[in-house]
Design a protein around this ligand. Structure first.
Ligand code: C5P
Length: 221
């Protein structure tokens, strides 16, 4: 495809957004951007540096003063925070539990949205998150809302943890996912919503390949 579009993928935790967005970007030869990694990286930095997570003003200045860039590293588009590639350290349950302090903060979101918009200059990107089709790129050419049942999403996350050798309990994961859904959908600023013009795909009974094929069908039409 010679014209470079913006593809926005939103949806709740565990719906398969990362896997799908990565596969779709590869097919389209686009760049894959994981917007959640940006919220995770700043949360991780705040925790590591002993920030008071209940101080919203300090968190905004921390977000503003953290350099966040997506660059190719070991053949993968990777997030660099303050010049360092971030990895598994931003995916811990402790970071996940504290993200709401940043994700619910309107000032922090403003900083993040601006950076995300700058990343996409020129198009040719697949970006996934919670507010991509509604706030970051309300005029994206293609918008998808990827959903799946809570049980299926919990099972997927459980398998991911198991593959990484992390000991977890399925019912704890299910409860965490439900809590995160509620927080993401009810936050005052930029709650998780399906954009009015998004194509909704329920991936509960679909393989990643089937989901990507369904998206490609929409894009290539
Ligand atoms: O995508 P991931 O599960 O890594 O995102 C972690 C959290 O970051 C989400 O639960 C949400 O609270 C927040 N987030 C957000 N807006 C985005 C991406 C993620 O608020 N665009």
């Amino acid at each position: 495809m010679s014209v470079k579009y913006i593809v926005a993928i939103d949806g709740p935790a565990g719906a398969g957004k990362s896997t799908i967005a990565r596969m779709l970007a590869k097919k389209l030869r686009y760049v894959y951007i994981d917007s959640g990694a940006m919220y995770r990286a700043v949360t991780w930095k705040a925790m590591k540096s002993g920030y008071d997570l209940n101080d919203p003003v300090k968190l905004v200045s921390l977000a503003r003063n953290t350099m966040l860039e997506f660059k190719k590293y070991k053949n993968k588009i990777t997030l660099f925070a303050d010049g360092k590639a971030v990895g598994r350290e931003i995916r811990t349950t402790e970071v996940t539990a504290n993200i709401c302090h940043l994700a619910d903060n309107g000032g922090v979101r403003k900083v993040m949205v601006k950076r995300q918009q700058q990343t996409a200059q020129g198009g040719g990107i697949v970006m996934e998150g919670r507010d991509i089709g509604t706030k970051v790129f309300p005029r994206a050419e293609f918008k998808f809302f990827l959903d799946a049942s809570v049980d299926e999403r919990a099972r997927r996350r459980y398998r991911e943890y198991q593959e990484r050798g992390v000991k977890v309990n399925l019912s704890d994961i299910r409860r965490d996912i439900m809590t995160r859904d509620r927080k993401d959908k009810t936050r005052a600023v930029s709650p998780l919503r399906q954009a009015a013009d998004a194509v909704v795909i329920d991936s509960s009974r679909l393989t990643p390949r089937q989901v990507v094929d369904a998206m490609l069908k929409v894009i290539r039409k």
